[in-house]
Design a protein around this ligand. Sequence first.
Ligand SMILES: N[C@@H](CCC(=O)N[C@@H](CS)C(=O)NCC(=O)O)C(=O)O
Length: 427
Amino acid sequence: MALVLYAGNTNKNGFKALIAAEYSGVNIELVKNFEMGVSNKTPEFLKMNPIGKVPVLETLDGAIFESNAIARYVARLKADNPLLGSSLIDYAHVEQWIDFATLEIDTNILRWFIPRIGFSVYLPPVEEATIAALKRALGALNTYLASNTYLVGHSVTLADIIMTCNLTLGFSRIMTKSFTSEFPHVERYFWTMVNLPNFRKILGEVKQAESLPPVQSAKKLVQAQEPTKPKDKVEPKKDANNEVKKEATKPKAEAAAEEEEAPKPKPKNPLDLLPPSKMVLDEWKRLYSNTKTNFREVAIKGFWDMYDPEGYSLWFCDYKYNEENTVSFVTLNKVGGFLQRMDLARKYAFGKMLVIGSEPPFKVKGLWLFRGQEVPQFVIDECYDMELYEWKKVDITDKAQKERVNQMIEDHEPFEGEALLDAKCFK
Ligand SMILES: N[C@@H](CCC(=O)N[C@@H](CS)C(=O)NCC(=O)O)C(=O)O
């Protein structure tokens, strides 16, 4: 019998074991047709976990409940698993961060989230104290991550897996950008982790909550839970307890609250109100993509022929924390994640990002073309990566700066005397 995990396929507590399994080469089967509130209340299930909560892992030697214990078991199936650390002090630090992720981070995220969606009493002073406690924990984590890429040592451990799964609930349901921007190192850490292949495979694409779940008033909650059809009578109330919900499985109370929000008209982007420019960004992007030979003579020359210094501006960016770029694939993921998050600026920007050096620490430098004369405010507000870079406007009357622009566009190697690990383009 393979290992069988009993959990819904959006359960962040179940994800801990599944990600650990990816790192450890362990095969886990997710039980099919799991129905929260039904499957976990059967006598067979209660024999495996008397409290009737998920996840539960069924093994040949017996069942295990509590998601951290399950994840530890999975990691221990691989001998000398680096997920658990490689020295006595590392083992202790892995355990330390697992407890911190559970008791200081997860507990406070849940205490903030659950009352808002109407599954426990909402009391403003309690919420205030919970947010303060969460901020205290995130502040400490932020300080630690200012000089550490991972929680323990120089690679992913079980502590990162458990921390990231817990943060996933927070980031996707309640911790909006304006809340998390106070903790830039936590943001960088989180987006780097969720984009690592073994995480992404299980978590899918994670999106940050755009607003706080509106508080569910007692009246609304009662209405939303009032059965209208017999089927609703058996709908499990606790289903939303601490799952990372997909739209389709949102608790009724929460869905009702969201439905009541009036659609807001989308304000026009201020960049669309600028005087028209002779430079057609898409034309430049096409020229860049279609030039395969004589790049200098064709694409670079074409760029300067098209460039409109009144309608557009050029910017150099320099990553502020290059000393952290000690692992090549993590650095590349970081840059890849940045470009994904820039998607919102596609209509107004073109960019080149170079990862420089043949050995760590790698330097990350870029060149961006933006509509208008400033780095657009909506990009600064929406894309947290922006503050991880130093931005400097290019003076195109300066020959050296202009040549640097050319070299960045054409991935010139060596760049500033060093080999390129990679060059990525945003177009
Ligand atoms: N500490 C437990 C928490 C388990 C838990 O709260 N599970 C929720 C879903 S994520 C549950 O089963 N709720 C149903 C209930 O409370 O009856 C763990 O980490 O496994």
